[in-house]
Ligand binder design. Structure first.
Ligand code: 5GP
Length: 130
């Protein structure tokens, strides 16, 4: 029997691939407070906000994490950053400033294996992060 092909979308080796919580939000299977949506991404308010404004900008294409992004993803990645800035402006963060964060892997603090850009603002944010 031929080996099952490896698939980068298979999470934790499951086949067929399990949907991430963010894929379920994109597919409207679970609710979220949506701050922005377009053809390529959705921006939702974080369920456990770490600042007065805490939004996640999520590509509709499942890229597990930034370290696994491919050259073909370049346009989507640019779109995510431009969308993060646009959402920050829409939510009133432009004047005071804001932070854009991508957590990658265990030491980076990633908990959901579906790329997302955090946009945090509405209070002074300490540096360096913990
Ligand atoms: P990470 O730790 O992977 O960088 O970020 C995942 C983020 O997703 C966390 O800030 C967490 O609070 C948020 N999150 C996890 N589950 C849900 C959910 O069901 N809904 C929303 N809106 N945010 C979620």
């Amino acid at each position: 029997m031929p080996a099952r092909p490896l698939c980068s979308l298979c999470l934790r080796g499951s086949f067929p691939p399990m949907k991430t919580i963010f894929q379920k939000i994109i597919d409207r299977e679970i609710p979220a407070k949506i701050a922005h949506e377009d053809e390529h991404c959705v921006a939702i308010h974080d369920i456990s906000p770490q600042a007065p404004v805490h939004v996640l900008v999520i590509p509709k294409k499942l890229i597990p994490r930034i370290a696994e992004a491919q050259i073909d993803d370049q346009a989507v990645l640019g779109h995510l950053l431009l969308s993060a800035a646009a959402v920050a402006k829409k939510l009133g963060l432009e004047a005071g400033g804001f932070r854009v964060v991508i957590n990658n892997g265990r030491d980076g603090g990633e908990t959901v294996p579906h790329l997302h850009v955090h946009v945090l603002g509405g209070r002074p944010l300490a540096w360096p992060p913990g």
